[in-house]
Design a protein around this ligand. Sequence first.
Ligand SMILES: Nc1ncnc2c1ncn2[C@@H]1O[C@H](COP(=O)(O)OP(=O)(O)OP(=O)(O)O)[C@@H](O)[C@H]1O
Ligand SMILES: [Mg+2]
Length: 255
Amino acid sequence: MGLDGENGVPLRGVCLSRNWSSFSHVYLLSMPNLILAATDLHRSYALADSAVPALRGVSLHLNAGDFTAIMGPSGCGKSTLLQLCGAMDKADSGSLKLDGREVTSMTDLDLTRLRRERIGFVFQFFNLLPTLSVLENIAMPLLLARKDEKSAFEKARSLAARVGIDHRLSHYPNQISGGEAQRAALARAVIHEPALLIADEPTGSLDSTNGQSVLELFQELNRDLGIAILMATHDAQVATIAKQTIRMKDGKIVE
Ligand SMILES: Nc1ncnc2c1ncn2[C@@H]1O[C@H](COP(=O)(O)OP(=O)(O)OP(=O)(O)O)[C@@H](O)[C@H]1O
Ligand SMILES: [Mg+2]
């Protein structure tokens, strides 16, 4: 399914990347295509005798090709917002549309399908599966979606080469460095050609050199393939790589 698939929007400007040649899609680069529309999201966490408000009315839009950084102090609600936007959690109230479809009323099965097909995730601590090799980790989203095994591994190899981890394909996650692990996690996050990439502190546990090279890969994915990126970070320097920065405080967007 292309970026225009569910919305029926006709293709205007298309670009096939030379660098990311394992991608089969054509991606829209020249025309705005609303990927995510969040309106007045509220989310509280229930504790024994109280509720902790994490989001207090957040609205946010992302088009294809957007790269938005979310900054703000610890506890302001960045991860909570990313979890909602990635359809990993549900809001208490408000509306969240991904590809024009309302997420808040979806069944768990539809949510799982949406995540598998349209969203990629990168986390601070990589979240690679420890019992699988690097190659198997990267191919996993395609294998879970029951794609052909041979082509899944071929694509995983090709992406691994693109992110510079192809010399570690048979290693297990505890046998690679943090920078290598995050590059593998990034390849895994985009192998199914998502429309939206969610990244929560993706450089938070990397040194500056590895952090920089991972960020450059984010930039390429955004620039060459038009993948919309929503990234939380504490680091103002990291945020400069994004095209737009929003700031949160106490569960709200403040600028
Ligand atoms: N499972 C939970 N149960 C109760 N409270 C929670 C839970 N998860 C998060 N919170 C609270 O919700 C608020 C927002 O948390 P969140 O993790 O979204 O913040 P954050 O901006 O990502 O912080 P950090 O920068 O430290 O990662 C915080 O006050 C946090 O303590
Ligand atoms: Mg967080």
